[in-house]
Ligand binder design. Structure first.
Ligand code: SF4
Ligand code: SF4
Length: 167
């Protein structure tokens, strides 16, 4: 499939590229793709990542009138992996854990999901472009196994806390 000629989202009535909320970007992605449109969005920093939310009255500045992405070949990682999306990043000393999930509302997600392998590769790229070799970057999908482990960890923490109060 040729990226430049086929856009699988063409024709979809959803507004994924209009209502951009908390799009995560590496510093080069932010500087090269979005910075010049900075009057159209707000930006927060999450560690070294940029998190961009477009003001209500604007779409993504790279969406044209036919609802096609004008920078499809060089769109950001988070656009490439959608309907997966990058979620939390956790910092633990020299480690940074990047997580991603597929709990997004795309109606065509079953057809559009990239493979886990490709998604992981892309998120690694985002991590490396953000942290270089300064940190060790790990990537994890928030699938059922991840959710079970984090639920267990939360329970253990709660138990520990409850124990502290009992003393
Ligand atoms: S860069 Fe392209 S794919 Fe990403 S939000 Fe903008 S128009 Fe959509
Ligand atoms: S990602 Fe899904 S919901 Fe969004 S425009 Fe494409 S097909 Fe529609």
């Amino acid at each position: 499939m040729n990226d430049t000629t086929i856009n699988p989202c063409a024709g979809c009535q959803s507004n994924c590229c209009c209502d951009l909320r908390k799009l995560k970007l590496s510093p080069p992605e932010y500087q090269q793709i979005y910075e010049r449109f900075s009057d159209r969005f707000t930006v927060e920093r999450k560690g070294l990542l940029y998190e961009l939310s477009v003001h209500k009255e604007y779409n993504c500045p790279h969406l044209n009138d036919q609802r096609l992405c004008t920078i499809y070949d060089r769109r950001p990682v988070e656009c490439r992996i959608f309907p997966y999306t990058v979620n939390q990043t956790y910092h633990l000393g020299p480690l940074v854990l990047f997580t991603y999930h597929g709990k997004t509302p795309c109606l065509r997600k079953k057809e559009l999901f990239p493979s886990h392998r490709e998604t992981r590769r892309q998120v690694h790229r985002l991590a490396r472009d953000t942290y270089g070799s300064v940190k060790i970057c790990l990537v994890c999908c928030e699938g059922p196994a991840y959710r079970a482990v984090s639920k267990l960890a939360r329970l253990l923490c709660l138990k520990k806390l409850a124990g502290l109060f009992r003393r």
